[in-house]
Write a protein that binds this ligand. Sequence first.
Ligand code: BGC
Length: 359
Amino acid sequence: MSVKSFLVVASLALSVLIGLVLGRGGESQTQTAVAGPHTIKIGLSMDTLKEARWAKDRDAFVNRAKELGAEVTVLSANGDDTRQVADVESLITAKVDVIVIVPHDGKAMAKGVEVAHKAGIPVIAYDRLIVDSDLDVYVTFDNEHVGELQAQFILNALKDGPKPIKMLRIYGSKTDNNAFLFKAGQDKALKDAIANGTVEVVHEDWADDWKPENAKRIANAALTKFPKGIQAVLASNDGTAGGAIQALREEGGASGIIVTGQDAELVAVQRIVGGEQSMTIYKPVQELAKQAADTAVALAKGKTLIATQTTDNGKIKVPTILHDVVTVTKDNIDSTLIKDGFLTHDEVYGAGAAPAASK
Ligand code: BGC
């Protein structure tokens, strides 16, 4: 997977970190970068571990940090902002060298950055931006592109069908900056189609806290307004797709309706195989986590990072690293998710199913 942009390190370790960031170089360089008497301590403050994707992020992050000789303390706030700020405070008390945050609320966690900085600890925002803060680095996927791919998928899938395409749009949590980026990408892809009447958005709403049950409620409301009238559900992630599909099942089934998603969660990929969900977006979190761990160690060692790409977070231009994403349908599950070891063949198709090559 390519990295769209990278950080340049203005220090003696220039070649070392570029090697790390681009995934080139090698283990020996990596190990050289962390050699020294002090064991680096990293705090990882997560919004939640209740969704499948975040456990993968955590595991990949911790494994990479361990490879680099660093120790990680992981705390999860269960979607509670007060608790997440308290988590950051306890990481500061534990004297970590650097804090990596997956914010539940990108605005509320500006406080976390502030208290960490007061203690002289740099902060990396992981996957989700922390706005209005002096954030040190932001490591994420190309989130607008995620939204574009989701919307474009529906336009392509239904290009030859009746018009207008009656679409239900389900956005994510309003506390998550990514939800707005996904929507912005979707808006971009749909702009002309909505303007010229190819697409009619029959219902749209935000799923609080990204919860499937909230997405289900939104889909229920849409189906009450338009029984049998919806051809596509532009769901912003797999969790919300799952909620919408549950609502569709109760009304006679999701087959024949295009439903998008994101994250390549196992249950969603199984729904794709079963024909209830049409696509998902594969975000190789193992690469994101690796890069975040590499960057955390570099920051802990006091390296100066200069970004070739930045994100305006309302206060500063935050040095940013963007990773690419891939559309997954039932046709490329094997050559993407399974090939990368993100999911196994048995998990997706069931133990004993025919190997990929014979399908
Ligand atoms: C992430 C998605 C995830 C969603 C809900 C977003 O910030 O980018 O991958 O599905 O949060 O956890």
